[in-house]
Design a protein around this ligand. Sequence first.
Ligand SMILES: [Zn+2]
Length: 187
Amino acid sequence: MARVVGRLHVIAGCMSSGKTGELIRLLSRHSVIGDPIIVFKHSVDSRDGRVARSRLGTEWEARVVGSPQEIDPEGCRVVAIEEAQFFGPELVPVVRWLLEKRHTVYVTGLNQDFRGEPFEPMPTLMALADEVSLLTAICQKCHGVATRTQRIIEGRPAPWDSPLILVGGADYYEARCPDCHEVPGRP
Ligand SMILES: [Zn+2]
């Protein structure tokens, strides 16, 4: 039976939870049956150039774009979008358009920001999804189950009023459990 709408699978989780590895595992099932696949990543996320790379050592060629409007499936039935938080809320109508066009859509991203707050567009995409994979990591401090992303600037936890997306900053991130997650200045 011909499908009327597409299908959305969202892969959410904190830093180091294996989102890209899971995406590549899911995409590889489609390549087995010859589905054309296209992967998009935002130009802000340019660490690895034109590939989506997982910590498992697996990688997938990716198209680098500067905005959600540049996402063009180019006839590929399967469309994957990496690190949705870099695209912002404007990604939501683009994903809905892809679903209307009957694409199978995979989206990865951080569901919470460095403050531990919902990080759009992921919460909205999770609500629209047909399937959600919510992944966890291991807390870098206590080795418990990490669900949060700790931002660290010059060796210290980033304050609440630090910007949501820092481009090219000297900051870094680690996975933390809620008990070890620190946000100085939280109102
Ligand atoms: Zn911990």
